[in-house]
Structures are given as structure tokens and as C-alpha cells.
Design a binder for this molecule. Structure first.
Ligand code: S3P
Length: 176
């Protein structure tokens, strides 16, 4: 059976939620938009920074693995994946079963602006005194993981949402 779901991967602030919502809407009523972070919050009853602080990142990654396993079994979903899903190969192996994996990229400066706008305190991975430097450091470390996982890459820095959606739909051939 051809793959009928899409997983959006990429660093925080690359537009996974915004693009994911627009993409699911464009694909029609059958499609649902879901976010791995939201499912973790629902299942644990705790916000992400609380999990990081009280239980640690390793425990958060375990919740993430369990959620990825569940969502990878769903048909016709657009999944916005937490920025760190690529760190565990298991997640990508699971998502690849029924998802086209699309990497969203953005320039580090743009990521920094978007993260500040949405509240840095909600992003426990960036917790240093110098967030700009931290973003570049984490981004560089993760780059090979993101690219190895992706079927294709889209830069979101200066593009209109509708054009990004169109590009994804054409490349995945999900709607003719
Ligand atoms: C993380 C990104 C966050 C969230 C958690 C860890 C990461 O998701 O899963 O804070 O490791 O990059 P977003 O990419 O949706 O912000």
C-alpha cells in the first residue's frame, strides 16, 4: 500500500506546526493533524519542560518513542514531530513505515527569532545563557540525523505557507 501520511521533522522553530496544520487542511477532511509533543502531554498529564526538569531528557525520549510507535500506525495523518525524534533510530524506522518524511529547515537566525517569539521557556533543549550559540551547536550536531531521516528537504525561511504546502503535496504525490 502506498504511504498516505506525512511526518514533518526538523529543529524547533522550523514551522512544523504551522505547515502541518495548513497541510492537513489542504489534504482534506480525511486528514488529521497531530503533534507528538501534544500526545506526550496528554498521556503524561505534564507539560514538556516539567518532564525535562522533573524526570530528565532520557525519560522524555522514552515517552517520545512510545508516542512515535503509536502514531506511525495511523493512516492519513500529518504528524508534527518534536525536534529531537531523529535522535532515536527506532522513531525513524517506525515513522518510515507509513509516512513520507519531510525535513523543514530554517536559517539559525530565523529559528532564534521564532523561538523568542513563542517563549524560550517552553523549549528546554535551549537553556544556555547564549541561546543563539546553543541553537547553532545543537543544529550542527543534529544536521546529519535530520538529513539521513528525510525523504526530502524544504527550506521555510522566506517562503509563503501555501507554497510550502504545495511543494510538499507535489513531492509526496498525495493529491493530484
Ligand atoms: C525538542 C523539541 C520540542 C520538544 C522538546 C524537545 C528537541 O519540540 O519535543 O522540547 O529536542 O528539539 P518542537 O520541535 O516542536 O519545539
Amino acid at each position: 500500500m502506498p504511504k498516505d501520511s506525512i511526518a514533518l521533522i526538523g529543529f524547533m522553530g522550523t514551522g512544523k506546526t504551522t505547515i502541518g496544520k495548513a497541510l492537513a487542511k489542504y489534504l482534506g477532511e480525511e486528514y488529521k493533524f497531530i503533534e507528538t509533543d501534544k500526545l506526550i502531554i496528554q498521556e503524561t498529564g505534564k507539560q514538556i519542560p516539567i518532564i525535562f526538569n522533573a524526570e530528565g531528557e532520557d525519560k522524555f525520549r522514552k515517552y517520545e518513542i512510545s508516542v512515535c510507535e503509536k502514531v506511525s500506525k495511523l493512516n492519513k495523518v500529518v504528524i508534527s514531530c518534536g525536534g529531537g525524534v531523529v535522535l532515536n533510530k527506532k522513531n525513524i524506522d517506525n515513522l518510515k513505515k507509513n509516512c513520507h518524511i519531510v525535513l523543514l529547515n530554517a536559517a539559525p537566525d530565523e529559528i532564534y527569532k521564532r523561538i523568542l517569539k513563542n517563549g524560550k521557556e517552553t523549549r528546554p533543549v535551549i537553556d544556555s545563557e547564549d541561546p543563539k550559540e546553543e541553537i547553532e551547536k545543537v543544529l550542527n550536531f543534529r544536521k546529519p540525523y535530520y538529513h539521513a531521516a528525510a525523504d526530502f528537504v524544504i527550506d521555510t525561511t522566506a517562503k509563503k505557507i501555501k507554497n510550502i504546502v504545495r511543494e510538499i503535496v507535489i513531492k509526496t504525490q498525495l493529491k493530484t
